[in-house]
Design a protein around this ligand. Structure first.
Ligand SMILES: Cc1ncc(COP(=O)(O)O)c(C=O)c1O
Length: 382
C-alpha cells in the first residue's frame, strides 16, 4: 500500500512513498528474492506485472517510484551499476549514429564510450566542457542522436547549461541524457530543464553509505527511445539484486538531509581555502569566481553539491604529499558517502587524462566541518 497525500517530494521520499504493507502493516517494504513468478491453472500470471526476475522485480518498486518522484520522470529503472545504466543508453543506439559527449566527465564512462563507439560503428565527438559554445559546434542536425552531458563535470566541476543543451539536442532531433550523479535530484532536476533521460550512479549519493553498487535511469517520457533502453536491461540483463535495491530505497530516504549537509560543508571548505596559502585554485561551482557560477545558480537549487577540487601549488608531487598527510579524510576513490574521501585523479586516470596533475578531489561526507578544515590545514602546512 502506498498513498500520497499531496505532500512534498522530501516527505514522500523520507517515507519510502508512504509505504505500509497491506498484509503486515510493515512500514518497510519486503525484499522479494524470487526469480520466477507463478501462473494460475488457466496459465495467467498470478500478478500480471511479474513473470521472471530479469524483466521485473517487485523489490525495485519502492526505489523506482522514489526516483520518478524525485526527478519528475514518467518511468525509472534500476541497474546493476551506474556504468550498466549509462551503457544501456548507448547500446540502444543503432550503428551509424552520432553522439556528442563532454571532454571532461566520469573518465571510466568516457573511456568505455570511445572504445565501444569505435567498435559499434557510432561516430563520437567530444566538446570542450569548459566552453559554453562548443557543444552547438559539435552537434550535426539530423545526424546526432544522443547528447550526453554530466554537470558539474567530475572532477573539474565545469558547469554545463542543461536548458541550452536540451534546446540544442531537440533542435537537432537528438535525445539529451544527463549524468546527474553529483548534484542528485535534491539540487538539480534535469527533466525540469528539458532533459530526456537522467542517469545516476546510485553507488554514490543516492545510496550514500558506500555499501551498494547500483545505477538508475529516469525518463521524461515513455517513448520509443525508452522502450529500446528498457529492452537492453531486460535482454542483456544488467539487473540489480533484490537486497541491493532494498538497501538503495533505505539510503534514499535520507538523501535530502545528507546532500544538504554535504553541500553546506563543501561550500564552507571551498570558501575557507579560496586564496589560501599553498592552493592555486579551488574548483567549486558555489564560489562566485567559478566561471559557471551563474548557470549553476540557475540549475542547482539549494546548494552546489558535496564535491570540490583543490589545485595545489607545487604540482603533482605537492598534491600527493598533501594527500599523504591527511588523517581525517580517507584516501579512496568514489564519492557521495557519509565519510569524506580524498583522491588524486591523475594517478588513477594516467598520462592521457585531461585532469591537472596537481588536482586533489574531495568528496565531503557527514563529518563536522571544523574537523575537515583542520585536517586539510595541517596537511597543507606540514
Ligand atoms: C559521475 C559518475 N558517473 C558514473 C559513474 C559510474 O558509476 P558506477 O561506479 O556505479 O558504475 C561514476 C563512478 O565513479 C561517476 O562518478
Amino acid at each position: 500500500m502506498s498513498k500520497c497525500h499531496n505532500s512534498s517530494i522530501e516527505t514522500d521520499v523520507a517515507q519510502g512513498m508512504h509505504y505500509v504493507d497491506t498484509l503486515t502493516g510493515s512500514v518497510v517494504p519486503p525484499i522479494v528474492p524470487s526469480t520466477t513468478f507463478a501462473r494460475d491453472e488457466n496459465y495467467a500470471l498470478v500478478s500480471p506485472d511479474h513473470s521472471y526476475g530479469r524483466d521485473e522485480n517487485p523489490s525495485y518498486q519502492t526505489a523506482e517510484k522514489m526516483l520518478m518522484r524525485m526527478e519528475g520522470g514518467s518511468d525509472a529503472m534500476l541497474f546493476s551499476s551506474g556504468m550498466a545504466a549509462a551503457t544501456a543508453v548507448v547500446q540502444s543506439l543503432e550503428p551509424g549514429s552520432h553522439i556528442v559527449i563532454p571532454s571532461v566527465m566520469y573518465w571510466g564512462l568516457r573511456k568505455w564510450m570511445v572504445a565501444f563507439c569505435a567498435r559499434w560503428g557510432i561516430e563520437l565527438d567530444q566538446f570542450d566542457s569548459a566552453d559554453p559554445d562548443d557543444l552547438a559546434d559539435k552537434v550535426k542536425a539530423g545526424t546526432t542522436s544522443l547528447i550526453w552531458i554530466e554537470t558539474p563535470t567530475n572532477p573539474t566541476w565545469d558547469i554545463i547549461d542543461i536548458e541550452t543543451a536540451a534546446e540544442i539536442a531537440h533542435g537537432a532531433g537528438a535525445v539529451l541524457a544527463v549524468d546527474s550523479t553529483v548534484p542528485t535530484p535534491v539540487l538539480t532536476r534535469p527533466i525540469d530543464f528539458g532533459a530526456d533521460i537522467v542517469m545516476h550512479s546510485a553507488t554514490k549519493y543516492l545510496n550514500g553509505h558506500g555499501d551498494v553498487v547500483a545505477g538508475a535511469l529516469i525518463t521524461a517520457k515513455n517513448d520509443e527511445c525508452w522502450e529500446k533502453v528498457a529492452a537492453v536491461r531486460a535482454e542483456a540483463g544488467a539487473i540489480l539484486g533484490s537486497f541491493e535495491a532494498w538497501l538503495l530505497q533505505r539510503g534514499m530516504r535520507t538523501l535530502f538531509m545528507r546532500v544538504r549537509q554535504a553541500s553546506a560543508t563543501a561550500l564552507a571548505i571551498a570558501e575557507h581555502f579560496d586564496h589560501y596559502n599553498g592552493i592555486e585554485t579551488v574548483r567549486y561551482p558555489g564560489l562566485e569566481s567559478h566561471p559557471g557560477h551563474e548557470v549553476a545558480k540557475k540549475q542547482m537549487l539549494g546548494g552546489y553539491g558535496g564535491m570540490l577540487s583543490l589545485c595545489i601549488a607545487g604540482g603533482e608531487a605537492a598534491a600527493l604529499e598533501m594527500i599523504k598527510r591527511c588523517n581525517v579524510f580517507i584516501r579512496a576513490t568514489s564519492l557521495g558517502g557519509v565519510e569524506s574521501l580524498i583522491e588524486h585523479r591523475y594517478s588513477i586516470e594516467g598520462p592521457n587524462s585531461p585532469i591537472p596533475p596537481n588536482l586533489v578531489r574531495i568528496s565531503v561526507g557527514a563529518e563536522r566541518v571544523d574537523d575537515l578544515i583542520a585536517d586539510l590545514e595541517q596537511a597543507l602546512a606540514s
